[in-house]
Design a protein around this ligand. Structure first.
Ligand code: ATP
Ligand code: MG
Length: 230
């Protein structure tokens, strides 16, 4: 398999800003996430959680320092490669109008069996089976006929298909019901067993089985430990 094979992530003195003239949203952050670790990130709104994880994809305007994945400086990796080799489930998943199949597999490279398998792992098999047309059911523009939680589950199914070494999840803020949220995290943990998973969680209770929890405050890591230690 192509880079990254293991998903070992190192942040070296990383500072992030959206505007050169403003204070950094992440300041001089150092962090090592060993391959296979399950890391939860908590912190108040605006503390920099999404910025921190999106910096893995070079989605923050001004980026100082280095992020290494499996010893490769991500600044040396073409953006399109970087963004296609790590999987992300963003806070707000955007789906395009088209069928479930087209949303899952825009380049139609997977078999129906693989698509169903990914839906099953993402806990969406029953929901999709009950739609008229199943895989060929239409998704309304923007995914309007799906809940925010379901859109995230679809995104997880896509991530499972890609089989990346690293998964990043940013829990939806728009009141996803706790059971859907639990389903998302449980399905992701199962499907990405042994791989690196970084999850931004709003409730500590949803990530109690993680290896490590980071608490961010104003762009700095204030706590770093196992769930039991915090
Ligand atoms: P939440 O829990 O609400 O999702 P967060 O911890 O993910 O918050 P970030 O989204 O990383 O926080 O935001 C950190 C800071 O960066 C905030 O002050 C925010 O206003 C600012 N910020 C985030 N995205 C942008 C952007 N695209 N342009 C300018 N400023 C931004
Ligand atoms: Mg956020």
């Amino acid at each position: 398999r192509a880079w990254p094979q293991k998903g070992n992530i190192v942040f070296k003195d990383v500072s992030l800003r959206y505007d050169r003239s403003r204070e950094p949203v992440i300041s001089n952050l150092n962090l090592h996430i060993p391959a296979g670790q399950k890391v939860g990130i908590c912190g108040r709104t605006g503390s920099g959680k999404s910025s921190l994880v999106m910096s893995l994809f070079h989605m923050v305007d001004v980026f100082e320092g280095k992020i290494l994945i499996d010893d490769i400086d991500t600044k040396l990796v073409p953006l399109q490669v970087l963004r296609s080799r790590l999987s992300v489930i963003p806070q707000d998943v955007i789906m395009f109008s088209g069928t479930i199949r087209e949303n899952l597999d825009p380049q139609s490279v997977y078999t129906d069996m693989e698509l169903w398998k990914s839906l099953e792992l993402a806990q969406l098999k029953d929901a999709v089976s009950s739609l008229p047309g199943c895989l060929d059911a239409e998704v309304r523009e923007g995914g309007g006929n799906l809940s925010a939680g379901e859109r995230q589950l679809f995104c997880l199914a896509r991530a499972i298909l890609h089989n990346a070494a690293c998964l990043v999840m940013d829990e939806a803020t728009s009141s996803v019901d706790p059971s859907t949220e639990k389903a998302l995290l449980a399905a992701a943990t199962r499907a990405f067993a042994g791989k690196t998973v970084i999850t931004i969680a709003h409730r500590l209770s949803t990530i109690l089985d993680y290896d490590r929890i980071l608490v961010l405050e104003s762009g700095r890591i204030m706590e770093d430990g196992t769930p039991a230690q915090l």
